[in-house]
Design a protein around this ligand. Sequence first.
Ligand code: ZN
Length: 276
Amino acid sequence: MHCHHMIPALLLSTAPAAHAWGVLGHSTVAYVAQHYVTPSTANFVQAILGTAPDYMANVSSWPDTYRRTPEGEWSTQLHWIDANDAPPESCEVEYTRDCRPRAAKSTEAQLLDAIRFLIHFAGDIHQPLHTEALEEGGNGINITWDGKTANLHAIWDTQIPVKAAAGKNASEWAEEMVGLIENGKYNASGWLDATSLDDIKGTAMSWANDANDYVCTDVLPDGREAIEAEGVDLAGAYFEKHGEVTKELIARAGYRLGSFLNLIVDGPANGHWSDN
Ligand SMILES: [Zn+2]
């Protein structure tokens, strides 16, 4: 219900009650972004976050901690969008229907908070169930994962990415994704088409709609009944068919985050950005 923006960060995302992408997802997004930032962007961001090798990854889950503190409670609803669409027949995020603009708070517009939010929300907005209203983004859909009862939202946050990473840590998984982008296995050429500092809302909505498409094609391709049915374990055929998309979505989130930071720091006319 809440699509919110704050300068300079794009603050818009999704994630009912449970979590966001789990820690693996958020860290991996950050490592992919770290690969794609220009030296000037890296300097800019490191001046705010410090120069540790994992300078972006180590703050990537901070907003999930912050939202659980009294002073951070206001930010809770920034983690998701409740798209009132109708999966699997129709998937779409509409700004006027699904988002409620909120005034930016100058006290929160500190650069440190803004950058940590941007790193985190670039991840959240690429988790399909953070852009879906149905049962609070799947939190209310009970399924079976690996023989145990779980909810659909949680497995898309955590279990599916962890299984798709096949034992790799965030840094190793990010490296694999960068390889897939660089060798053209992932076609990144269109990933920045709708990304612009002149239209933050449009940028956010295009990223959200991108992720939301997967609710129809991969999260609930045959409707909720098919995955709630007795005897269906999503760690089996469902994962084999749909689990890999988390990898591409996380790669896309990281690539977009790195490029968006370059856009903020270097401007649209510079190097890496204009090559894409
Ligand atoms: Zn989140």
